[in-house]
Design a protein around this ligand. Structure first.
Ligand code: PRP
Ligand code: URA
Length: 209
């Protein structure tokens, strides 16, 4: 599908299977999400542009590769986005962070905003929005709407699981935003859950219900 990358690395798929298993503990789920986020981060940043910087090794002066442009922004869709954010910051510690607080109203499935805080100069930075689940896409669309409103023009969306219906809606709303996911599952059920999915990502991460 155009604009959608499925990260089918064997380690990602192996870890995802354990996360889907309802017997996996809260601690195990959290640890696996952090581990997977390292691998997903590697993929979503694979084509970042490089420039060079002159350095002196102990033996010679060279023009060595270094990331070009301003620091990245990782935008975490609360709460569950934080499960991906932590690992991503391990790999890119200098990244700036935005938080977008949204919850899904369980009746209407609409995204309700309760918090927003982002760096002020989003226009000059690549913004990678992270949330493990893309179900109806209401949350992802609302998060990107808000970030664009605040000036972001160069965005990517990274999740763990996506429903085909969500991808379609997301791509129509924001065709300029590429999606990276570890899996496109079968469908959404009548309650808006991804099937087979892994349940409620936030609840499984934090042991709430
Ligand atoms: C989950 C998930 C996404 C959203 C996806 O969050 O982390 O943000 O649902 O569903 P959608 O594509 O239909 O909008 P939830 O609203 O349960 O909040 P939480 O992260 O605080 O648990
Ligand atoms: N949010 C989740 O956490 N899980 C789903 O399956 C759908 C939305």
């Amino acid at each position: 599908m155009q604009g959608v990358t499925v990260v089918d690395h064997p380690l990602v798929q192996h870890k995802l299977t354990i996360m889907r298993d309802k017997e996996t503990s809260t601690a195990g789920f959290r640890r696996l999400l952090r581990e997977i986020s390292l691998l997903l981060c590697y993929e979503v940043t694979r084509d970042l542009e490089l420039t060079t910087r002159r350095i002196e090794t102990p033996l010679q002066t060279i023009d060595a590769p270094t990331l070009e442009g301003k620091k990245l922004v990782f935008a975490s869709v609360l709460r569950a986005g934080n499960g991906l954010l932590d690992g991503m910051l391990d790999l890119v510690p200098a990244a700036r962070v935005a938080h977008v607080g949204l919850y899904r109203d369980h009746e209407t499935l609409q995204a309700v905003e309760y918090f927003f805080k982002a760096p002020s100069d989003l226009e000059n930075r690549l913004v990678i929005v992270v949330d493990p689940m893309l179900a109806t896409a209401n949350s992802a669309i609302a998060a990107i709407d808000k970030l664009k409103e605040r000036g972001a023009t160069n965005l990517r969306f990274l999740c763990l699981l996506a429903a085909p219906e969500g991808i379609q809606r997301f791509r129509s709303a924001h065709p300029d935003v590429p999606v990276f996911t570890a899996s496109i599952d079968e469908k959404l059920n009548e309650k808006g859950y991804i099937v087979p999915g892994l349940g409620d990502a936030g609840d499984r991460m934090y042991g709430t219900k």
